[in-house]
Design a protein around this ligand. Structure first.
Ligand code: BES
Ligand code: MN
Ligand code: ZN
Length: 491
């Protein structure tokens, strides 16, 4: 969707639809003045039922003059960037139902949040809610709900055009990330994703290296190869680099789990759990689009995005429970369960990253455990870290982006559960409990002494229903979190 600044003195036309975001206070104080060029817009409207509650909408569509949509933001002092994004999504729902494809929008005019933050949040909320994955649907054109094409913002914010341009870049990347995660495993596989990553090298400052099966063998990434054995599609290890700060040699590495379909392997997933497993590459998609966003925003940071990519399939060649494989860093791993495959491919990718790329920080994103959904539902991701500085930057990015994180501990007492009788370590905990922590405890064996954070996005990457501006199915979680994190990096 195009986001532009509305021309100051442009007269409203009869066909215009103007969205005005207002607080409860605005309503209860008898609807004081509207921005200058909107005066008269609500003349004749019956506002007696409209309270201005969070995400409440009201459409006033007089025949002979411009139309108005009021959208409530609740109590002004309680409004946050996140509540505004969600309010904006209610507007998109109404517009799509009514076939409105172009709007003028007046963000809230109160003090809190500040004008530039409100503008950014409304712009993001509108663009991120304006999404549907319908490439496989054959519906007659008149039945399909159209998407918004443009929003013109009525605003006094000084750098409005720049804020909107940024929101456009960020949102476009999140929608593309959702498309990649929603796409079928048939189309979105290790080979095609690596090819897509390669295309990003046309962006200034971005380079891409793809390791094919032969190179992965040469590097002795025994765990990635083990997981790949049951699949007829070859694995890939993609390393994207973005150099945005030529004065620094320091890099931050983002590593994303890229299982393009997780059948569970020989420990086959049952019905009810297997159907959505094309989403098991959401971590890889998030790090790829976070790097692309950083590059397009020309952030002055150096960044890697590392994506181990394979299917986890079942076949006569598949790896088996009880097998032992040697990781890139030389540790031997007993396979307790072929469905704990994410930690295996991440182990090789992480030790490759810390040893060959030597980043100042490494953050991995993975749809790693069902236990994360048991603990947190779809509302927050779990995160675990061994570094205070990294913890602080991630929490701060979580607050500005609205992509929630909640920390779990890495107490050394947990370590003993991942021991194996016959190998250095097992991929499966001896205990059933604390599944999300155990995943991180396993990964900790592959990071040497790097400053590291693990983010489990099993619940947040894929929604069983729409919530505000996040749609059902792929949410694009992580792209905004990581982009804000990269902005805040102290390297
Ligand atoms: N990809 C799954 C985790 C998952 C489950 C993501 C549901 C999204 C929704 C992961 O590979 C997995 O299967 N984990 C196992 C680990 C167990 C065998 C230790 C799990 O959570 O059951
Ligand atoms: Mn699995
Ligand atoms: Zn998985």
């Amino acid at each position: 969707m195009k986001l532009t600044v509305h021309k100051k003195d442009a007269k409203l036309r009869q066909t215009d639809v103007c969205v005005i975001f207002v607080s409860q206070e605005w309503v209860s104080s008898g609807n004081p003045a509207l921005p200058r060029n909107l005066s008269g817009l609500l003349d004749g409207a019956d506002l007696s039922y409209f309270k201005g509650k969070q995400s409440e909408t009201y459409l006033y569509a007089p025949k002979s003059s411009a139309k108005a949509i009021l959208c409530g933001i609740g109590e002004e002092k309680k409004a946050t960037a996140e509540s505004l994004r969600n309010a904006a999504s209610a507007v998109v729902g109404l517009c799509r139902d009514r076939g409105v494809t172009e709007i003028c929008a007046a963000p809230p005019s109160g003090q809190s949040p500040a004008g530039d933050l409100s503008l950014k949040a409304i712009a993001e909320g509108l663009s991120l809610a304006n999404y549907s994955f319908d490439r496989y649907r054959n519906v007659p054109a008149d039945e399909a709900k159209p998407l918004l094409k443009a929003a013109h913002f009525i605003t006094d914010v000084k750098n409005a055009a720049a804020i909107l341009r940024e929101a456009e870049i960020i949102s476009a990347n999140i929608l593309a990330c959702r498309d990649l995660v929603n796409e079928t495993s048939e189309q979105s596989n290790p080979v095609s994703i690596a090819a897509q990553a390669r295309k990003l090298a046309s962006i200034k400052g971005v380079t891409c290296t793809v390791l094919g099966k032969k190179e992965i063998e040469k590097k002795k990434m025994g765990l990635l190869l083990a997981v790949n054995r049951g699949s007829k599609i070859e694995p890939r290890l993609v390393v994207l680099a973005y150099k945005g700060d030529h004065g620094s040699k320091k890099y931050c590495a983002l590593v994303g789990k890229g299982i393009t379909f997780d059948s569970g392997g020989v420990n086959l997933k049952p019905s009810g759990h297997i159907e959505t497993m094309r989403m098991d590459m959401a971590g890889a998609a998030a790090v790829m689009y976070a790097l692309k966003t950083a590059a397009e925003l020309k952030l002055r940071k150096n960044l890697y995005a590392v994506m181990p990519l394979t299917e986890n399939m079942i076949s006569n060649e598949a790896y088996r429970p009880g097998d032992i494989f040697t990781a890139y860093n030389g540790k031997t791993v007993e396979v307790g369960n072929t469905d704990a495959e994410g930690r295996l491919i991440l182990a090789d990718a992480l030790s490759y990253t810390v040893r060959e790329l030597k980043p100042a920080y490494v953050v991995d994103l993975a749809t790693l455990t069902g236990a994360c959904i048991v603990a947190f539902g779809e509302i927050t991701a779990a995160f675990l870290s061994n570094d205070d500085g990294l913890r602080g930057m991630l929490k701060s990015a979580s607050e500005t982006s609205g992509e929630k994180l909640w920390e779990l501990p890495l107490f050394p007492e947990y370590d003993e559960n991942m021991k194996s009788d016959i190998a250095d370590i097992s991929n499966m905990s001896a205990e059933r409990n604390a599944g999300t922590i155990m995943g991180a405890v396993f990964l900790k064996n592959f990071i040497d002494d790097a400053k590291w954070a693990h983010i489990d996005i099993a619940g947040t990457a894929w929604y069983s229903k729409q919530r505000g501006y996040r749609p059902k199915n792929a949410t694009g979680y992580g792209v905004r979190l990581l982009t804000d994190f990269v902005r805040k990096l102290d390297i």
